[in-house]
Design a protein around this ligand. Structure first.
Ligand code: SF4
Ligand code: SF4
Length: 221
């Protein structure tokens, strides 16, 4: 994978790309990949599959402690070296596919108020050879990625805040962070124990968990 770090694309900047079933590379991008999930990705996917967040995490993911942040990172478990959601017809969870799948071939960088995108190139991907142009803003909109960016920012603020503070969480705190941020249905069940509000709505409960971690680890509020 080659990331064009030299070019910082803003909303109005343009790039050439198109994707479709007719291309010989169809589905190649869903094989041999490391697919990291953000909290909002998990809420969307577990609801698309009509299972609880704990079932989803157990069945489809693994997690590890990120070397840089010391925080839990959730990754989709591959099946036969492919994403478990890929089918010969394409993505079986397309309407609820994760943020990174939506943005591809772009990667988003958000630092404080600065936001830009890099283009990713992979040898097998024919998309860059297609004669279709998009602005970054058009691509984000066409992929339904705006809400994902917004939700991911709420979480990234927490991760970045802990990272820049240099704070290292204990094993117990890491487990608590995992449940609070990624396992929304368990958080709802244990709301009293965690000391947060119980919300009917999954997104509200997810935000409640993230805000709880900000309060605890960033001394916010
Ligand atoms: S979620 Fe869908 S688009 Fe993303 S890697 Fe899996 S099959 Fe491909
Ligand atoms: S064009 Fe690229 S993104 Fe689209 S199916 Fe082919 S490899 Fe995947």
């Amino acid at each position: 994978m080659l990331i064009d770090n030299e070019r910082k694309l803003r909303f109005e900047d343009r790039f050439r790309f198109n994707c479709g079933k007719e291309l010989s590379c169809f589905n190649q991008c869903c094989k041999n990949l490391t697919l990291m999930l953000m909290p909002y990705d998990i809420v969307r996917l577990k609801n698309a599959l009509n299972i609880s967040s704990s079932e989803f995490l157990e069945k489809y993911t693994t997690w590890h402690v990120g070397a840089a942040t010391g925080l839990p990172v959730v990754v989709v478990k591959q099946k036969n070296n492919s994403c478990p959601f890929v089918t010969p017809e394409g993505c079986s969870v397309y309407e609820d596919r994760p943020s990174s799948c939506r943005l591809y071939p772009l990667v988003r960088i958000k630092k404080a108020e600065e936001e830009y995108y890099h283009v990713v190139y992979e040898d097998f991907c024919e998309g860059h050879k297609q004669n279709v142009e998009w602005s970054v803003g058009e691509w984000i909109k066409s992929q339904g990625a705006e809400i994902y960016n917004k939700m991911n920012d709420i979480f990234s603020e927490l991760v970045l805040g802990i990272y820049t503070s240099g704070k290292k969480l204990s094993g117990e705190e890491i487990a608590e962070f995992y449940t609070a941020c990624y396992d929304v249905d368990t958080l709802r069940e244990l709301a009293d124990e965690f000391g947060c509000e119980r919300k009917e709505n999954d997104v509200e409960q997810m935000i409640e968990g993230i805000e709880l971690m900000k309060k605890k680890h960033l001394n916010q509020y």
